[in-house]
Design a protein. Sequence first.
Length: 162
Amino acid sequence: MKGINIMMKTVCLQDWVLKIDVEKTKEYYDSITVEEGCDCDYCKNYIKNCKTFSQEVLDFYTMLGIDPQKEGEFMEFETDTDEHLYMGFYHLVGEIIKKPSKKAKKWDDLNIIRVDNMKFTFTDELDLVPEDFPKPVIQLEFEVVLPWLLEEKCSKKDEDIE
């Protein structure tokens, strides 16, 4: 059976059915360092917040083989409060077997998995996959609002432009 990965296991998350290789995903994240990601203050703040994630959120990432401090991509969006909206994604070795709804858009409530204060969804529409990431690949996308934890003050983005 050429091409079949016997390490893949079926995971059911709400109405999602995935086949994932947790070990290969974990091996990849273990092979990279936090320092290989972006070193802007917004990404540093997200990484610092990772250390405060609830056990439920950490268990979710662990179940998938993902180290949340090691980015696929993190994006920060300012809000009207002191908190910051982060969106981003991670890659994992696997396939989507069944989506909750083929008609719903990616971020419709039908497709959202809520874990504590985070929202997650899966997609096979991939962005920025590292060349050496094991195949097949799916993308876990997230959205979360987080406080500013760095000692450095958060500088507004338009103030950074000279």
